[in-house]
Design a binder for this molecule. Sequence first.
Ligand SMILES: Nc1ncnc2c1ncn2[C@@H]1O[C@H](COP(=O)(O)OP(=O)(O)O)[C@@H](O)[C@H]1O
Ligand SMILES: [Mg+2]
Length: 223
Amino acid sequence: MIRLEAVGLHYVQGASSGHEVLRDLTMVVPEGGFRWLLGPSGAGKSSLLRLLHIAVLPTSGRLSLLEVDVGGASRHNLALLRRRIGMVFQDFRLLPHLTAFDNVALPLRLAGQPEAQVRAHVTEMLHWVQLGRKLDARPAQLSGGEQQRVAVARAVVGRPHILLADEPTGNLDEIQAERLIQLFKEMNRLGTTVIVATHNDALVARHPGPALRLDQGRLVDHG
Ligand SMILES: Nc1ncnc2c1ncn2[C@@H]1O[C@H](COP(=O)(O)OP(=O)(O)O)[C@@H](O)[C@H]1O
Ligand SMILES: [Mg+2]
């Protein structure tokens, strides 16, 4: 369960606090829910995903994720909580010195999975995103679309409780985008709560579902 009560976010810039990029957000996404996250560029979609990934903390209001009150939790508990949340970053954030295989393996190794299991899961996941022949490639040797699919594989390989994706189809053609949404829907069917920020109207039209809609930092539709 994701619960926001009157959540606001300021980015602090230098000595002054910047303008409020998210204002008075109140919403609930139930366990196992699927939500599109829509709104014009600059509306605050990436900022909301950053909050839900606990990369930033709310500057006002209350946020609770998977029954943990984020404002009251210790750093250690926040780190444990973050491991249960998968994130596909808009700019991928792959580690440049690691191969595709090792990038995807990272969350499983951090979680202490036995290496044989890591190998099986990572190989399966990279085949699923049609990168079975690129296991040993480093990010610089991959196209934008291929890097995006490695980032998706890394986000989902640990079967997170919550999956957040920031414009995950931005570098993919329609066939690959469709395949990706099938993967997210399958994870959702198996119980993962999924939130996908997108500008791909055709994709949303093909997969109608409840949407969170932001406009100038305010929630104008909450599904
Ligand atoms: N790190 C940051 N510091 C200051 N302002 C930021 C930062 N990141 C985003 N912003 C501002 O917050 C607003 C929302 O941005 P963002 O969340 O990226 O929107 P979206 O993803 O919907 O395009 C924009 O006005 C943007 O300039
Ligand atoms: Mg964005």
